[in-house]
Design a protein around this ligand. Structure first.
Ligand SMILES: [Zn+2]
Length: 288
């Protein structure tokens, strides 16, 4: 069996949780010690600025990681921002807030599926809200698709998008209803292409260059998958497990549950566009 990419020694070294990596003049990265199938090398916590610091995604509630963030920021944390309330992104925010006294900011929508139910933003953030310090401005963009409460943060001075789980390095983002919404996800990707980005800082993996090309590739890949779902319906498949077996021949069986969520998300989008008939994950589904 081949080694998962996040286990590769070079990746483990690059994302060593004990390292503080200066990625750009305004951005530092500390990776949480939670590598895995769904998190790649671990969750990236981004430290923005210098004299005043905004922390994006403290990650899981992992005391050693939270202490490293506080130490690296040398008492200068003024805001704690959260991209969304999945368990690998937001639970550490409380411990970091207790340690530093900084307020927690995030989108105040409760998710329906797996979510950090302890999350309490002191300052609710919506699309267009900004956090400004002497040296930087972060603008919140509401980007539903992966999760209904997902925010990306644009670092305006460097045109870098702190992207949470909107885009992942070398991996496909999970879009699984009810919190995942394929139509919203594609619309969010289209919107990000209009921002004139220089790079994307994802929550999992390396800084990504040529962002517009990357965003278009993701859109194309999703639409190719969607075309395959339509082909499966044309071939007479009515149930999602059959479609997954047909479409995801290249994907290990361990990921078929995730793939089923993605097919369901495609089917709901097709239904909303009048191109498929059905309602539930159980099926049956058909062409109109
Ligand atoms: Zn997530």
């Amino acid at each position: 069996m081949t080694q998962p990419p996040w286990m590769h020694p070079d990746v483990r070294r690059a994302f060593n949780p004990e390292r503080v990596v200066q990625v750009t003049p305004l951005l530092r990265r500390i990776t949480a010690p939670n590598p895995g199938m769904m998190t790649g090398p671990g969750t990236n916590t981004w430290l923005v600025g210098g004299d005043a610091v905004a922390v994006v995604d403290p990650g899981p509630d992992e005391p050693a990681h939270i202490e490293r963030i506080a130490e690296a920021a040398e008492g200068r944390i003024r805001w704690i921002l959260v991209t969304h309330t999945h368990p690998d992104h937001s639970p550490g925010s409380r411990r970091l807030a207790e340690l530093t006294g900084a307020p927690i900011l995030g989108h105040w929508i409760r998710l329906q599926g797996i979510s950090d139910t302890t999350f309490r933003p002191e300052v609710p953030m919506a699309d267009g809200d900004r956090v400004c310090a002497g040296g930087f401005t972060l603008r919140a963009l509401h980007t539903p698709g992966h999760a209904a409460n997902h925010l990306c943060f644009l670092l305006e001075e460097e045109r870098i998008l702190i992207a949470g789980d909107q885009v992942m390095d070398r991996s496909t983002v999970v879009i699984s209803p009810p919190d995942g919404d394929m139509l919203a996800y594609l619309e969010s990707l289209q919107r990000l292409k209009t921002l004139g980005l220089e790079a994307i800082a994802p929550a999992h993996g390396r800084l990504l260059k040529e962002p517009d090309k990357l965003l278009q590739n993701i859109i194309d890949h999703r639409l190719e998958r969607e075309a395959m779902v339509v082909e499966a319906l044309e071939a007479g498949d009515q149930y999602i497990p059959d479609m997954v077996r047909r479409i995801y021949v290249d994907v290990p069986e361990a990921l078929h549950r995730v793939a089923a969520g993605s097919v369901f998300a495609h089917l709901l989008k097709l239904r909303d566009e009048g191109r498929a008939v059905g309602d539930t994950r159980e099926g049956p589904w058909a062409l109109p």
